[in-house]
Design a protein around this ligand. Structure first.
Ligand code: NCD
Length: 348
């Protein structure tokens, strides 16, 4: 593993190694205090973040490393019109690892093409968020012993929820797990992920009603309706509040259900659930820091590799207005099975 862009690229062996390292850190955090001393992490956040950015910064500092970056693109040269390419070439000259979040789909992949150090995707628009998946898998494994055989319900905005997309990517490694995907029809998973689940023999059913499947679930992964991804504010108003998990509804659920949420929550989990012993979302956020320590330890010591600054004769043909190729127009065309290599949308 050089970059972490899409969880589909993480093998089961790599996941197991990361989790084993996470366990070692839990056992004796003090032993890791200086393991990245002299190393530097750049965090380039072109979109707001609390947990992801802070947990990466805390992770790096707990390993003895340094951190620089921005959490607001208006405070960087992006505001002057600097390209992603130039920023990544330059920042990779200063740092040993880059963590980045961007509103455009495919932005982390694009940045990695120009970086001489590993790039970690901390969220590219509504596309992927693989380090949240590390957090989710580590939480399930720590609190339930593993992912195999579990019935996992994922509920909310499955169209725009990037954490959901990356979690689905990871489930190819756990074929005995099964998924109930619960969303309004308008917010169901993108078609490319249905294809991915079929190709990778991931068992899934789709439904619109949380109450109907709640009693059978071992894990319930709630997500927020992603207001910032809606083109039509009225559509958001119509769909917000469609699922609200309450203490009352949980009476029908299993006694050992695990309730997860990548956070931030809006109203999809009522505060009366917080004291339920099955609610694990704050623990999950805490676990996210340790698993990110393991990831930084794995990537930040890799020797530099200077890329050949990809450019292509062909113009990207992607028509997705949220694809990074729409904003960074010098990017070379990338396609795979008729889909855009940056954002997975069908090419015309
Ligand atoms: C998620 C994100 O940014 O995609 N948050 C996180 O990283 N923990 C989920 C969300 O914003 O709803």
């Amino acid at each position: 593993m050089r970059h972490l862009i899409d969880f589909a690229d993480v093998s089961l062996g790599q996941w197991r190694e990361l989790y084993a390292l996470t366990q070692e850190i839990w056992k004796d955090p003090g032993a890791f205090r200086d393991t990245l001393r002299g190393h530097v992490m750049a965090s380039l956040f072109y979109e707001p973040s609390t947990r992801t950015n802070f947990s990466f910064q805390a992770a790096m500092q707990r390993l003895g490393g340094g951190v620089f970056g921005f959490n607001d693109p208006n405070a960087s040269s992006a505001a002057k019109g600097e390209t992603l390419k130039d920023t990544f070439i330059m920042v990779s000259g200063y740092a040993d690892v880059i963590v980045t979040r961007h509103p455009c789909e495919g932005a982390a992949l694009a940045g990695s093409m120009y970086s001489s150090v590993p790039v970690i995707n901390a969220g590219d628009g509504g596309h992927f968020h693989p380090t949240q998946t590390l957090t989710d898998l580590a939480t399930i494994t720590r609190l339930r012993g593993g992912v195999d055989g579990l019935h996992i319900g994922i509920c909310g905005d499955l169209k725009n929820g990037r954490t959901v997309h990356s979690l689905i990517r990871a489930l190819k490694h756990f074929p005995s797990a099964r998924l109930s995907l619960i969303s309004p029809r308008e917010l169901s998973v993108p078609q490319y992920l249905r294809g991915y689940m079929s190709e990778n023999a991931i068992r899934f059913v789709e439904s619109t009603r949380l109450e109907a499947s709640l009693a059978q679930l071992d894990v319930l992964y709630m997500t927020r309706i992603q207001r910032e991804r809606f083109l039509d504010p009225l559509e958001y108003e119509r769909l917000k509040g469609v699922y609200v998990l309450t203490a009352q509804k949980l009476k029908a659920a299993k006694k050992d259900l695990l309730i997860l949420h990548p956070l931030p929550r809006v109203d999809e989990i009522h505060a009366d659930v917080d004291t339920d012993p099955r609610a694990a979302y704050f623990k999950q956020a805490e676990i996210g820091m340790t698993v990110r320590m393991a990831l930084l330890l794995t990537l930040a010591k890799k020797p530099k590799e200077y890329p050949s600054y990809a450019s292509g004769a062909d113009k990207p043909r992607c028509e997705n207005g949220r694809c990074i190729t729409k904003r960074e127009t010098y990017l070379p065309a990338l396609s795979e099975n008729g889909r855009c290599g940056y954002c997975d949308n069908l090419l015309p």
